[in-house]
Design a protein around this ligand. Structure first.
Ligand code: SF4
Ligand code: SF4
Length: 211
């Protein structure tokens, strides 16, 4: 074999050394199970998103093994999973598919590779930040935050469109306009924040998360 051929083979080999699978195994919840997938396609056929989904779990697992890091971590698909568990109960290899999909979404979000403007991600972030502030969800500021996520004009239009529902909630004493000034929270806010910080520390340690 000529030197040129040897060099070409070595460079091909380098391309296919899959560090991304190792990265997933180290950082993603249940990521060590990805290599067990036998590509039967049962999960893709069972998922309610069906053909509308750009990357089914089967495809995502194949892409991880092929080293397609940017495509996987930039995919919208993990955020579309509704946790219906159809795939888990049918997978012949018993992969915890739902957990892996959410784990990948979480990892992509944490290292800043998740698609910007992805609605599920946006709402989950909004919800979490709202909850953590005072230990209770402030429904009024959460709703307004959601309406105005895509800018002032779109927010005003949505709020006007929902005004009859808002009025109904107010009349039924289910909405307190004074909550806009911060609302009420848990009694021991400092303790609550300490619990959240500790939970995050344990989660990071469990996942071996270093990024
Ligand atoms: S059902 Fe299980 S083994 Fe089959 S493709 Fe999906 S994850 Fe892989
Ligand atoms: S749990 Fe998620 S990935 Fe699995 S079938 Fe349901 S929506 Fe699809």
């Amino acid at each position: 074999m000529s030197n040129a051929n040897v060099q070409a083979n070595l460079s091909n080999l380098a391309r296919y050394q899959n560090n991304f699978l190792k990265e997933v195994e180290a950082n993603v919840e249940e990521g060590h199970m990805v290599k067990m997938c036998m590509q039967c396609g049962v999960c893709a056929g069972s998922c309610p998103f069906g053909p509308d989904w750009e990357h089914s779990p089967q495809k995502i697992f194949m892409m991880i093994r092929a080293g397609k890091r940017d495509e996987v971590l930039g995919s919208d698909s993990m955020f579309m999973c509704t946790s219906c568990y159809n795939c888990i109960v049918r997978c012949p290899r018993q992969l915890p598919i739902t957990h892996i999909m959410h784990g990948l979404a979480n990892y992509a979000h944490r290292i800043g590779m998740a698609p910007k403007g992805q609605p599920t991600r946006q709402f989950a972030t909004l919800f979490w930040n709202n909850l953590v502030k005072k230990g209770r969800v402030n429904e009024l500021t959460l709703t307004l935050g959601h309406y105005f996520t895509n800018g002032l004009v779109s927010g005003i239009k949505t709020a006007l469109g929902m005004q009859s529902i808002g009025l109904g909630l107010f009349m039924a004493k289910r909405l307190n306009p004074m909550e806009i000034f911060g609302g009420h929270g848990v009694k021991d806010l400092k303790g609550f924040h300490a619990i959240v910080a500790k939970a995050k520390e344990i989660e990071d340690r469990k996942k071996g998360f270093t990024a």
